[in-house]
Design a binder for this molecule. Structure first.
Ligand code: ZN
Ligand code: ZN
Ligand code: ZN
Length: 166
């Protein structure tokens, strides 16, 4: 997979109608690598939850996941889904959008990055910004007020290029 630096910012949101199975294959391969490196087991439930999240580039809530699993004929209790979500979040394979209380798949889990999310209010897709300047601006502002950052999540809402132009 090409590294994120090779893409222009306009490519953050894949075109509608792109070959999404390639996104899914690559996400699964990356997830397996990350699990191997962390000596963590990619159990069937973790894999199932991960695959359901990667069904699209949209954020999905825990309830929607639960519904999707049950629709697939599996009986599963909410804590099981939450545990899988927690595991995937901790490994950086998925991220939580706090304002939506929903999750989406990270396409560069091997990469250290600060959470900066573009969220399309129309189609619900989420893309991650990888902008060092934005991260540096946040760090600089924190230094000026002698604030020690523990977590940064910047959620930017608006319209993706597909939704803005159609
Ligand atoms: Zn895709
Ligand atoms: Zn990410
Ligand atoms: Zn959109």
């Amino acid at each position: 997979m090409a590294s994120r630096e090779d893409f222009a910012m306009t490519d953050l949101f894949p075109q509608k109608g792109h070959d999404h199975s390639r996104c899914v294959d690559s996400a699964l391969r990356e997830a397996e690598k990350v699990c191997d490196a962390e000596n963590a087991r990619f159990t069937d439930m973790r894999r199932l939850v991960f695959s359901l999240i990667w069904k699209s580039h949209k954020a999905i809530t825990a309830y929607e996941l639960l519904d999707a699993i049950q629709a697939g004929g599996q009986r599963v209790q909410p804590p099981t889904v939450y545990r899988a979500l927690e595991f995937l979040t901790q490994l950086g394979l998925i991220h939580r959008i706090e304002s939506l209380n929903a999750y989406f798949g990270c396409d560069m889990p091997h990469h250290h990055h600060l959470g900066q999310y573009f969220i399309c209010r129309q189609c619900g897709r989420v893309a991650e910004a990888v902008d060092e300047e934005m991260s540096n601006a946040v760090r600089k502002a924190a230094r000026q007020v002698q604030f020690r950052i523990e977590a940064t999540t910047i959620e930017i809402k608006g319209l993706c290029h597909d939704c803005a132009t159609h």
